[in-house]
Design a binder for this molecule. Structure first.
Ligand code: ADP
Ligand code: MG
Length: 734
């Protein structure tokens, strides 16, 4: 090995320091979680301490019950928030929002305002708190904002606590906000999320009333996300332009050892990684993010972190924070956190399991099977609504996780296929199957529900059976949506899920009301009415229930028979977003207007096109300027050797063959590069959907051809000449 290569191999794992301490031992004492939890958030405790009672009461009504914010209290809250932030070392504040890029955005303003005497004073008014007006012209709007009117507004979301982002030289206060155009159109992911939660709340409460539950004033969607990620050495990262540009490797031959031995999964966490995780967790605790679980994942250098579930809007903000903190803290340990769905070919990619349920303000999880027949009936109703929602809106559920990155994962035997189905577990599936069979005629004898369903004491409270291949699985008291991509914002899948379920609940509640209203003999008891609605609903939607192996070919054939959608790629999936069914539903529940939906559709297509385009350009660049020269150098070396051998009469048939192979491979690479250059620079088409389709059908195959040729070369070119760290190095040096 040349000096350079050897140097970075060894240095990578040995030179990193944390706070100046070698080998990652931070000298801080073990954390006292109770003491530090939430210390960097302006949460309820802090508000209670600092706000007058009446103001606190008013803000609680907004946070917990969704009452409109009383603007007259804004100045008082702002003052308290500023004082708290300044005590914490903050010099600036920012409205923190989630533009349609899928990440977060912030523009910092100082607390300092000039005063009349020519000096300066710290100022932060209610108006500063409630509303901001960032220059929004460079955020994607999908045609929502006329270009001559590029103003956007941010509006404080009091339901998500403000927090401090620390820096030794001056911290700042981040205020979660929604982001809208001057005409009130949502330019972000938070606004529709809040709207979708309101829609779900309304429909769920409507159903509860029909079940004679009258003490519930609010139903909230709850979400807990399990985040998978890779940690790799910073040194390798900077030597890989593909990782830097695209977040994933565009080249890399399969390493001799990958994940075949399953020796990483749930294994002991490497020490350096553990100290990084501990620091990440500490920061997240201070920010009030309740992280709970950590472990090694399947692929080498892959890990997972999961918080405890929270209200969906807070969970979505916290998810963004979690990704931010993971990336930030990793750097302090000489590591880089890769959040891409498929950083490395040949080993597992990363997802983000999205656990979802609905909870009442009285503390009842609506997807928790009950202890008595009435509760069970209600549970089955809500559960059936989710099944109905997934069946009716498979297209949307699939589209909510569509991205260039996730295309590498879905259907690749490591993640669920692109076919959306629901796993219920044997017992619950059986309950619903019995329902459909209509055993209800034997109602009198059969006890509960009058549905031919035996009393259900054994409902899978904490499901023993798990099906890891299902995209959407019931796991005892919640559904787990497993197709979400690791780097994507969870807001989109949550919004879609909320509105889909609201739609199903609406449909079922209308039917239930119809049955309950009938006159005389027509009028059904609640049990009979629920039974009828459940039967009709499940009959319509049972095709989406599947408990078998989602990875198998048999399922693909079966799903086709059941007429389930199989939207394999982002382009296929996005094609369905703007259908009449979807526009109607989003408008009916006031979650997205037609143009808001259209704008998102357009932006997702553009993001797909741009992502592939950048990957293709990076592929070409690396292949032309790094891989091809390395191959040529080694070829020159071999041919020189052969000429030398020849001059002294040595015969070298093996080496000659090696040179011939190398020559052919180099030629193949060169041709593939030329083709890629051409297709990536040809016109892509006029409309966003044409462009995306072009990328998928033409650019991606050309890119793959370059990779194949380069990866073949990696297995023969001298290690000394190979210009990038290999998979073995990146994945196994820790
Ligand atoms: P696993 O899928 O690894 O078995 P767990 O059962 O530990 O995971 O839970 C995974 C996630 O589901 C956690 O974030 C947890 O907080 C979340 N979760 C648990 N209950 C609910 C709920 N009612 N609503 C939403 N998320 C929930
Ligand atoms: Mg899980």
């Amino acid at each position: 090995m040349s000096k350079v290569t050897a140097d970075y191999n060894i240095l990578a794992a040995t030179k990193y320091t944390v706070n100046g301490n070698k080998n990652g031992h931070s000298n801080g004492s073990p954390m006292d979680v109770e003491k530090i939890f939430g210390e960097n958030t302006f949460g309820l405790d802090e508000m209670k301490n600092r706000l007058p009672k009446s103001v606190f009461k008013s803000i609680i009504a907004t946070i917990e019950m969704g009452e409109p914010l009383d603007p007259t209290i804004a100045d008082t809250v702002a003052l308290a928030m500023k004082e708290w932030a300044v005590e914490k070392g903050a010099t600036h504040f920012t409205h923190w929002f989630q533009p349609l890029t899928g990440s977060t955005a912030e523009k910092h303003d100082s607390f300092i305002t000039p005063n009349k005497g020519g000096g300066a004073m710290a100022r932060f008014s209610g108006k500063d708190l409630i509303q901001g007006e960032p220059d929004a012209s460079s955020f994607p709007s999908g045609g929502l904002r006329a270009t001559f009117e590029a103003r956007g507004y941010t509006a404080w979301d009091p339901t998500s606590p403000a927090f401090i982002i620390e820096n030794k030289r001056g911290s700042y206060l981040a205020i979660p906000t929604a982001f809208a155009s001057w005409t009130g159109e949502a330019l972000d992911h938070k606004t529709p999320l809040l709207r979708s939660m309101a829609a779900l709340d309304e429909q769920a409460r409507r159903v509860l009333k029909l079940f004679d539950v009258h003490d519930v004033s609010k139903v909230v969607a709850t979400v807990g996300c399990e985040q998978e990620y890779f940690l790799v050495d910073e040194e390798y990262y900077y030597r890989r332009p593909d990782l830097m540009n695209c977040g994933r490797t565009l080249f890399g031959a399969k390493p001799p050892k990958g994940q075949q031995l399953d020796d990483h999964y749930f294994g002991t966490i490497p020490e350096r990684v553990l100290s990084c995780m501990l620091d990440v967790e500490k920061e997240l605790y201070r920010l009030g993010v309740p992280v709970k679980t950590r472990h090694n994942e399947v692929a080498p250098s892959q890990y997972e972190i999961a918080p405890i579930f929270e209200h969906a809007n807070v969970a979505a903000d916290h998810q963004q924070l979690l990704m931010l903190i993971l990336q930030r803290i990793a750097r302090k340990h000489g590591l880089v956190c890769l959040l891409h769905e498929k950083p490395f070919a040949g080993v597992n990619g990363s997802g983000k399991h999205n656990n979802w349920s609905m909870s009442t303000d009285t503390g009842h999880n609506l997807l928790e099977p009950g202890d008595n027949p009435h509760d069970n009936m209600q549970f089955l109703f809500f559960c059936a609504a989710v099944i109905r929602a997934v069946h009716k809106h498979q297209d949307l559920l699939r589209a909510s996780v569509a991205s260039a990155g996730n295309d590498h994962r879905l259907g690749a035997n490591e993640a669920p296929p692109a076919i959306m189905s629901v796993f219920l577990g044997e017992q619950l599936e059986d309950v619903f199957t019995q329902l459909v069979r209509g055993a209800a005629k034997s109602s009198k004898q059969s006890g509960l529900l009058g549905l031919g369903v035996p009393v259900l004491p054994h409902l899978p409270r904490h499901a023993g059976d798990r099906n890891r291949t299902s995209p959407f699985a019931f796991t005892g008291n919640k559904f787990e949506f497993r197709a979400v991509g690791s780097q994507q914002t969870v807001s989109v899948p949550i919004v879609f899920l909320n509105v889909m379920v609201a739609d199903a609940l609406d449909e079922m509640a209308t039917k239930l009301e119809g049955h309950l209203k009938g006159k005389g003999k027509q009028r059904k008891s609640l049990e009979e009415a629920v039974g009828a609605v459940l039967r009709a609903t499940i009959k319509e939607s049972h095709a989406v229930i599947f408990g078998g192996d989602n990875y198998s070919d048999a399922w693909h054939a079966e799903a086709k028979k059941r007429r389930l959608l199989n939207l394999k790629t982002t382009v296929d999936a996005l094609g369905k977003v703007g259908s009449r069914k979807n526009i109607k539903m989003f408008e009916q529940f006031n979650v997205l207007t037609r143009s808001e939906l259209k704008s998102r559709h357009e932006i997702w297509l553009e993001q797909y096109t741009m992502t592939v385009n950048i990957e293709a350009a990076t592929t070409e660049h690396i292949a032309s300027t790094m891989v091809l020269p390395a191959a040529a150098k080694y070829l020159a070396e071999l041919t020189d050797t052969l000429i030398g051998c020849d001059s002294v009469g040595f015969r070298q048939p093996g080496l000659t063959q090696q040179a011939r192979t190398l020559n052919a491979m180099t030629d193949k690479l060169q041709k593939a590069i030329r083709k890629l250059h051409k297709v990536n620079n040809d016109p892509w088409g006029d409309e966003a959907d044409e462009q995306a389709a072009y990328m998928q059908s033409t650019v991606i195959p050309a890119m793959n051809a370059v990779r194949t040729a380069a990866d073949e070369l990696e297995t023969v070119v001298s290690r000394e000449h190979w210009p990038m760290p290999t998979y073995t190095e990146i994945l196994f040096v820790k």
